[in-house]
Design a protein around this ligand. Structure first.
Ligand SMILES: [Fe+2]
Ligand SMILES: [Fe+2]
Length: 359
């Protein structure tokens, strides 16, 4: 499989980055109507065929909450106070602290970067909403259709809660990054429900669980903590759906199909990683006197770059892929070479919320 975003590649030192220039970015964002042909599958079997999905659907029904009335929206979120650790969760305040910037600057950068990250999650939630809608059509069993339908409601709630958080507490929603838009379009256009499930439920939900867990562990603001905790619990069910469904898919797959899925998974994660947050750095960096390329170069010069860089991926997505048999001897080296995989490919265990959703 060819590299995704092949037209947008440049070198920073030895590393091949993905970066989308301003002109093209506007065009990519402007593509609102996407051709996404979809195979629809009827079923006349209304009994439970896939027990673990039926259980997950029940769990999903019990886990519903109301993004307007269950959240304490009148709680304070002062942006001139730290609500995440100054270092090691967000990139900008970490770098600015290393450069001995004053505390006010670091706090402002943290609030901006948090809003940027939440905005990207928000756009990802919209994609998840649309992909789950597709899954209600395309999945073969009624259990999977039921489950996907309950996830449609979850994702609508996530779009609602994150957009309200951004509008009410940060006063802004940042536009989608170009890399993310192109990758999400790829998933929406993926030809089969299996590829959509692998792409959205296993890859993107896996990365999202990693981001949410880092924020949840670091957050010292009750409103942020509550929203992230609720969203993450839902996402853990979604990640569980990905694992449970992909387990069956992998079991039935031919060798050729396995190779295709392994390559697809690597191509998506490789492209995501190849951006090295330049979509964010190019928007926010100049405000704080930071040049995106210089930041990436500096990060890559650290002895433990691969370890730091792989953190997000090693949290959930890489170990899940490895457990599914979708990272093999053939592809492991490629993951290592670009700093996505570090240490044991199975990571250090499964996220507690994801594990709880599987039982
Ligand atoms: Fe979501
Ligand atoms: Fe989700």
């Amino acid at each position: 499989m060819d590299k995704i975003l092949a037209d947008y590649r440049n070198q920073i030192g030895d590393f091949e980055i993905v970066e989308i220039d301003e002109d093209r970015l506007e065009r990519i964002r402007g593509e609102l109507d996407i051709e996404a042909p979809l195979g629809l599958h009827w079923t006349w079997n209304y009994g439970n065929e896939v027990e673990e999905l039926a259980a997950l659907y029940e769990r999903g029904k019990r886990g519903q909450w109301n993004a307007e009335t269950d959240i304490q929206w009148d709680a304070d979120l002062p942006l001139d106070e730290w609500f995440l650790p100054r270092e090691n969760v967000l990139l900008l305040p970490t770098i600015l602290t290393m450069m001995e910037a004053d505390e006010e600057t670091c706090k402002a950068a943290a609030a901006d970067e948090f809003a940027f990250t939440m905005s990207q999650l928000l756009h990802g939630e919209q994609a998840a909403l649309q992909i789950c809608g597709q899954l209600t059509n395309a999945c073969p069993t009624m259990d999977a259709k039921f489950y996907a339908a309950s996830q449609v409601a979850d994702e609508a709630r996530h779009v609602e809660v994150l957009s309200k958080l951004l509008q009410r507490k940060f006063g802004t929603i940042y536009p989608i990054g170009g890399t993310l838009k192109i990758l999400l379009d790829k998933l929406l256009q993926a030809p089969t429900w299996k590829t959509k499930t692998l792409g959205m439920q296993t890859l993107f939900e896996g990365v999202a669980v990693g981001i949410l867990d880092m924020i949840q562990k670091g957050s010292t603001n009750p409103l942020v903590s509550d929203i992230i905790r609720r969203v993450k619990q839902d996402e853990a069910r979604h990640a569980a759906f990905g694992i449970l469904t992909m387990r069956r898919t992998v079991k039935d797959a031919t060798e050729e199909e396995m190779v295709e899925m392994e390559d697809f998974a690597f191509a998506i994660l490789e492209a995501l990683n190849a951006n090295q947050q330049l979509d964010m750095l190019n928007v926010l960096g100049p405000k704080y006197g930071l040049d995106g390329h210089a930041v990436v170069q500096m990060a890559m010069s650290l002895d433990n770059w691969a370890e730091i860089n792989s953190d997000l991926f090693m949290h959930t997505v890489v170990p899940n892929l490895a457990r599914l048999g979708l990272i093999t001897e053939r592809t492991e080296e490629k993951y290592r070479a670009c700093g996505i995989l570090f240490g044991d490919r199975f990571g250090s265990g499964m996220d507690a919320d994801v594990r709880a959703s599987m039982n």
